[in-house]
Design a protein. Sequence first.
Length: 574
Amino acid sequence: MAGQDMDGGKTRGYDYVIVGAGAAGCVLANRLSEDPSVKVALIESGPDRNSKKPLVKMPLAMVTFMAPALAFLGGAKFMSWFETEPEPGLQGRQIALPRGKGTGGSTNVNGQCFIRGQREDFDQWRDMGNTGWGYDDLLPYFRKLERFDLVADPQSARHIKLNGTPIAEQIDKNYHGADGPLDVVQLRSVNPMCDVYLEAAQLAGHSLNADFNGEQQAGVGYYTFTQRNGERLTAEGAYLDPVRNRSNLTVISNKHVTGISMDGKRATGVRWRDEKGGTGETNGAEIILSAGSFASPHLLLLSGIGNGYELERFGIDVVHDLPGVGENLQDHLDVTLEYKAKSTAPYGISWKALPRNVLHVLDWIFRRRGVFASTTGEGGGFLSSVKGVTRPDFQLFFCAAVANTQNAAGFTGHGFLMHVCQLRPGSIGKLSLTSADPFEKPSIIYNFFRGQSTMDVLREGIRMARKIISQKPFEPHLEREVDPGPDVTSDGAIDAFIRQSVGTLFHPVGTCAMGTGPNAVVDPATLRVHGISGLRVVDASIMPTIVSANTVAATYCIAEKGADLIKAQTPGGA
């Protein structure tokens, strides 16, 4: 039975009210509204209709969203900012934690890199008691959601080769889909420095891998991206825009959800406040939180669902004592090596490169190719820091420019970056309340380099990355290492650099972990919040452990499977 929503004097009934229009929320809005007999509301705190906006469409514009020097371009309106508490393992340093805002969520602002993760990641979920969430269970959903260009249109990437053979001829189609809503593609234009990197990596002893989403992840190669015709493809563009005209789907934008309305232990709706201070409530038979690993647990806590002792401290009535809410926070650790180039092959602004940069502008305007169709992080790899161990524990991103998400000045001159990302850091953090005021940001702490979290993987990863850069193919291009600098070689010096510069890759997960144990928040069979009727969580927060890759692909997959689980049950049922 649908709930009722009073809006401007008009009564609307909803079977499903989805909170958050990011990757998961857009998938759910699409899939649940396929049934014309149910009514779906999608509520988002930010603006709607972002997928066609120039700053969102241009892949290179990702550097503008988080770079203060480029705030004048308007990227800030797509962002919501959080921050860690002073981290004891980082000598009290705090880390900025950006999230996307508006329909499309963080897919409006991310690096568009599409990597699923390792078989072992998902099999670990299954072995932790989450039946139905192993790799073989999820592969059909990964295939369902994607339109992989190397399968759907092999001619589209004939220009990209490994070992002289087009990548399209090296793909196992059994691992990919060809008619899903999300385009996963090779870049239209690849900087020649990416080929330099791959040649050097081979000389350093690493094998090529044509498909990080295929049978095995280990090796080096080109990344694939969520783009269409050279433009960024967001969750809104892939899942929401094609179904906007369905009469049973309502998108409600610029409404900040402040809490979940409860009738005993049954969720009945969500309360919100708009930009002008107006308040309202949207009711539904089923409430689905897809607001992400910070906002979803925050809403549960504000609504009286969480650790009872903590809730009482802030004067919040305890609806259900569920101690796992906000616990189990995990993210990827990342450090960046910076190099100054003596050639103009990397992207950058200089007098010598001026003619080429003019051509890049024209190439974007007329063909959607060139640097503006790139994120600069075109190639990378998955390697193991432990000799003899085949399962990768760190990831490389080779960026053919020195500009990154927080360094807009890096466009001046020529250079390149090598990111070293620890895939399974072992640190377990926590999100908790600072106030009962829904507009007060929660407390977030990751506990990096405490407990089971060490610097061993990052330290060895830095050394292995340097070995790649030291190979002969880089000689015509490399002038010097800028950061951390050639004198930083000892364990202690490298550790000091890591502690001083390490950040996250903005991949928070785990704060509403699915499972059956005492600290689990959602039921893996239904994604319903334990102990509460009519309330589910479907987003990256339900991951019990972080995947060994960029997390957006797994989030899309969670939502696809979640939609099937939801459709198999009666809206609002127990």
